[in-house]
Design a protein around this ligand. Structure first.
Ligand code: 1KN
Length: 433
């Protein structure tokens, strides 16, 4: 988890059969997320499942995906091994509904893990417990037959998870999804023993809080209020506002570039986030002790769409200059200011100011914790630059920007702080009220 905490930035990949219809069916556009199209009334499950015979990503090159991720500056990737549709991107022994029976035939997960490992990017395997293809999957267990079927399904799930961990031993963790239905929520004892079994098979395995419910049906946090799993998985497409929202837990935020759209969709509807917006989300997450994970939905031919490639490039160019503020960054304990985010380095005593909103005055307010003074302030892109902090009150400073030279991009100012000398503070009297 120490390694996980230092990641800062991650990549999510949603890839599967849904990339083929890409949010359209018989010329009609599906309003939901592309990876959910199998549930649309316009789509028959049989027709959807037949997409397996069209899955043939001729241009898939895992090294080129890993190179994009490397340039972007991500430290980990979460890859869908099996989404809700049940289609497996690895040749699972426990179902026929896998890449092995597609025209492509080959394993996708193995080569991806290898390519990302080679770039030094850690791999987390996404796994949906909910499985629309497997007839044994149930939403609830009401009858004896449901229970018999679901017992088979539990063994299937166990087999697949142990299979993944055995086949891909370098994977660092599992990202669970599709665990909210009553059927699975009722399996506290089973999930608990499976978790123990997986951890024994794969020492150091990282498991998120979506995996198991407790015996009272509580999810994420057990009946005593304690997080279940190694990190909180509740921050899907949303970001906490303040440090007290995360209760001292590890967490990651998974984010889409368009609205709720994870798999490849031919047309992105609604607002599409810009690189600056995404960088601000990254800064906010790291400033609140979380990681930010940006989703990519590759095309059916195995290539990445142009919009994603250009955002990855823009983020990577920014990271090349500013990564020091993101990797090994944590909550700084400074009062939040409107111009942006403070991040403290765990590797040094530096404080980073990640500036996104420049006040018209050109003055950035900094309030330091008591007995802390600012000794130096300079640009992260230029250690020779000097922002002379103006002390305007007790523990309060203005950093003066030169508005002529201020970049039109988010930028980072480094603060070197020190302990106030005895008698140095207290020169300002408080009002008597
Ligand atoms: C609103 O309900 C859902 C249910 C499942 C929203 C999203 C999801 C799935 N979790 C994301 C990480 C994607 O995999 C999405 O399909």
């Amino acid at each position: 988890m120490a390694r996980w905490r230092a990641y800062g930035l991650g990549q999510f990949i949603h890839w599967g059969l849904y990339s083929i219809p890409a949010g359209e069916w018989n010329g009609k556009i599906y309003n939901g997320a592309a990876e959910w199209i199998r549930t649309w009334k316009e789509v028959s499950p049989q027709a959807y499942d037949s997409l397996i015979y069209r899955f043939n990503p001729a241009k898939f090159n895992p090294d080129s995906w890993a190179a994009v991720a490397k340039q972007m500056g991500v430290k980990y990737v979460t890859i869908t091994t099996k989404h809700h549709d049940g289609f497996c991107l690895w040749p699972s022994k426990f179902t026929d509904f896998t890449v092995a029976n597609s025209p492509y035939k080959k394993d996708i997960i193995g080569p991806l893990v290898k390519a990302y490992d080679k770039q030094g990017i850690d791999v987390i395997l996404y796994f949906s417990v909910m499985d629309w293809h497997n007839p044994d999957w149930q939403y609830d267990i009401k009858t004896r037959d449901d229970s018999i079927a679901f017992n088979r399904f539990k063994q299937f799930t166990r087999n697949q998870l142990l299979e993944l961990l055995t086949r891909y031993p370098s994977a660092k963790g599992l990202w669970f999804d599709g665990t909210w239905d009553k059927s699975w929520v009722k399996q506290a004892a089973f999930a608990d023993s499976l978790e123990t079994e997986m951890r024994k098979l794969h020492p150091g395995l990282i498991i998120g809080s979506r995996f198991r419910a407790d015996e009272y049906g509580k999810r994420h946090f057990d009946s005593n209020g304690n997080l279940m799993g190694d990190y909180e998985q509740g921050w899907e497409r949303k970001i906490p506002e303040k440090i007290t929202d995360v209760h001292g837990n590890d967490w990651d935020c998974v984010m889409t570039i368009p609205e709720n759209q994870w798999g490849y969709a031919k047309t992105w509807q609604g607002h599409i986030k810009t690189a600056d917006e995404l960088l601000e989300m990254l800064a906010k997450c790291v400033s609140l002790d979380g990681n930010f994970v940006l989703n990519f939905g590759p095309k059916p031919d195995g290539t990445l769409r142009a919009e994603e490639l250009s955002l990855a490039k823009a983020i990577g160019d920014w990271m090349a200059v500013n990564k020091e503020a993101i990797y090994s960054g944590e909550y700084a304990g400074f009062i939040k200011q409107d111009w942006g985010y403070f991040i403290k380095s765990t590797a040094s005593n530096k404080i980073y100011m990640l500036v996104f909103n420049i006040p018209v005055s050109g003055l950035l307010r900094v309030v330091t914790p008591s007995h802390t003074v600012i000794r130096k302030a300079y640009g992260l892109d230029n250690a020779a630059s000097n922002y002379t902090p103006e002390e305007i009150g007790a523990s309060t400073y203005f950093i003066h920007l030169n508005q002529q030279t201020t970049p039109k991009k988010p930028f980072v100012i480094v603060l070197e702080t020190g302990e106030a000398a005895k008698g140095q503070t207290g020169g300002y009297e408080k009002a008597k009220t």
